[in-house]
Design a protein around this ligand. Structure first.
Ligand code: SF4
Length: 323
């Protein structure tokens, strides 16, 4: 094993998977941002660690439960055709814009100085769950217009006012509470900047692994894992790219998807895979009725025409539509 592979194996952030009811394609619930913390292991073995080895560890319950552990992973073979599939998706994405391209979290505060921009990215990401990109983007703009893309200003603003300003955002009241709390922590512990580690980001209420990885990538340019949202989760399963540990079954949570993807996807694809698949999911491989008829990879996608899709009329005529 070379040093790059070993480095990659040694840095695995595992967050407890405890969402058995979550279905493929479902949007994670804001109440699911709870984790269990166990002692981080500093010694790293090159031997495989059995999945059962963590079962007896006693979780330490904190205000927000986090489990962070170093686990040695074994490289798995990349799925057949993955490069052709990825190339095909990139070509499809070049042919049209998706909401994420102009209104995604990575666009938040793009004209601001670095520190202010990082804060805007954190706030935008915290508002983004169960909310369309356009709505999140408008809420960030509204906060900016009111001088509230600043932790000190947010701490001095009452929660009800903050909630009203971001109101179209899903769970706006709860998110206003989380944003105020995060702003206070940014001021008290990070000199008004945002946390620069996954662990510290995950310790913020309302920040889950998807958000923490996104913030690390966008705000700090330090990609430590793949940001798997509902689009990346759904499409990775449709493409047959991910499996539950030790099985050939689909993953059931974004965290399982992240861990499965990271086993084989080259690291230089970890950051771009999120906006690539999010935009693809917003326009072509949609949650309901994916547009397989007009999808450029429908000859190599294992899920083509298997879900109720909206074929284009020409293909349906030629008998290429769903049966
Ligand atoms: S063929 Fe259909 S299911 Fe497969 S990636 Fe394209 S739109 Fe999605």
């Amino acid at each position: 094993m070379n040093s790059v592979e070993r480095k990659r194996l040694n840095r695995v952030l595992e967050v407890n998977d405890e969402h058995p009811k979550q279905q493929v394609g479902a949007v994670p619930d804001i109440d699911d941002f709870r984790y269990v913390k166990t002692e981080a292991k500093t010694a790293v073995s090159t031997k495989r660690v059995p999945a059962s080895s963590n079962k007896n560890s006693s979780p330490v319950r904190l205000e927000k439960k986090i489990r962070v552990s170093s686990v040695v992973k074994v490289e798995v073979a990349a799925p057949e055709n993955w490069e052709a599939v990825l190339e095909g998706i990139k070509n499809i994405r070049l042919s049209g814009q998706a909401p994420v391209d102009t209104k995604g979290c990575e666009k938040a505060g793009s004209l601001l100085p670095p520190k202010e921009r990082r804060f805007a990215v954190l706030i935008s990401t915290m508002m983004s769950s169960q909310t369309k990109d356009e709505v999140t983007h408008a809420a960030v703009e509204c906060l900016g217009e009111n001088g509230l893309l600043d932790p000190d200003a947010i701490v001095r603003t009452d929660e009800a006012t903050l909630a009203n300003l971001i109101k179209p955002v899903g769970f706006y009241q709860r998110k206003a509470q989380f944003i105020k709390e995060a702003s206070r922590i940014c001021l008290e512990r990070f000199g008004g900047d945002i946390p620069d580690t996954l662990t510290d980001l995950l310790a913020l209420k309302g920040v889950g692994p998807k958000m923490a990885h996104l913030v690390m990538s966008i705000a700090w340019k330090n990609t430590q894992g793949i940001c798997v949202d509902t689009h990346v989760h759904r499409i990775s399963n449709r493409l047959g790219w991910v499996f539950r540990e030790g099985t050939k079954q689909k993953t059931t949570t974004p965290e399982q998807t992240r861990m499965s993807l990271e086993k084989w996807l080259p690291k230089d694809e970890w950051e771009p895979i999120n906006p690539l698949l999010v935009g693809f999911g917003q326009t072509i491989c949609t949650p309901l009725r994916p547009k397989c008829g007009s999808c450029g990879i429908n000859t190599i996608c294992p899920s083509a025409f298997k879900e109720a899709s909206s074929p284009n009329p020409k293909q349906k005529k030629r008998g290429l539509g769903p049966t």
